[in-house]
Design a binder for this molecule. Structure first.
Ligand code: 0SG
Length: 209
């Protein structure tokens, strides 16, 4: 079975509220995926994403009944820390996590759409670069952009990447991409909903790190 389909995001209710517990359960599978990518540069990214998840989870576990949805957390922090918000607590962690999730979405969508470097069809650099430029680059100063260049050159071949998504099984590219397309349906709706929430609450910041 595909790693993606094993950890599929649930459909959202009509009001697009995101259940905190389900969201945390689903994203908690992402960090271990970096172990399959085969370069130490990915441990920096893994630890960053993992840190975001741990931070959101720590807030949730303080009062699960109060923080049923992600919006409950963001609004409670806005009330508790008016001076620092949104650069505080789980609001900040989710702001960054959503950018990583958007990166993954654009990367997978680009692969599913068959975008490729015709001269090097087994490389995923065009797909990774597209995702980076659309989801992350504007938040990165020169040093972090250099880390991206290192990660780009360490990116796995497409065949190995798709194999990792298929839990190490040899699966035909088309079958794996069919799983990717299926995964992207609820995943994209969820990531869009987090972005919409940040926009509606005026919680988005655009500083660089
Ligand atoms: C398959 C090939 C994949 C190639 C991947 C390339 C990806 C791009 C690599 C970019 C390198 C990122 C390295 C880390 C950068 C971090 O500095 C930034 C900013 O981090 C935030 O900084 C923290 O996440 C925040 O943590 S918090 O939980 O405590 O709130 C906070 O510390 C904040 C600073 O806040 S401040 O002090 O200013 O108030 N992180 C990112 O840019 C996110 C990077 C996500 C990359 C996702 C890649 C997914 C790849 C998936 C492959 C399937």
């Amino acid at each position: 079975m595909s790693l993606l389909l094993d950890n599929q995001f649930k459909e959202l209710p009509p009001d697009k509220a995101i259940d905190t517990k389900l969201f945390l359960e689903t994203v908690s599978h992402i960090p271990s995926f970096f172990d399959c990518l085969g370069s130490n540069v990915f441990s920096v990214i893994k630890s960053d994403i993992n840190g975001n998840i741990v931070k959101i989870k720590a807030v949730y576990l303080k009062d699960p009944a109060k923080y049923v949805t992600l919006q409950d957390i963001v609004e409670a922090e806005r009330e508790a820390h008016p001076a620092e918000w949104p650069k505080v607590g789980a609001t900040l962690a989710l702001m960054w996590l959503k950018r990583g999730l958007r990166f993954i979405q654009i990367l997978l969508q680009s692969l599913a759409d068959g975008e490729r470097d015709e001269e090097n069809p087994n490389l995923i650099r065009v797909n990774v670069t597209k995702a980076y430029e659309q989801a992350l680059k504007k938040y990165h100063g020169w040093l972090v952009q250099k880390i991206f260049i290192v990660a780009l050159h360490a990116a796995p071949y497409k065949s190995n990447f798709l194999k990792a998504l298929s839990k190490g099984e040899e699966v035909k590219e088309e079958d794996c991409l069919a799983n990717v397309r299926q995964f992207l349906v609820t995943y994209t709706v969820t990531v869009d909903a987090v972005y919409d929430m940040y926009s509606n609450l005026n919680a988005e910041l655009d500083y660089t790190v």
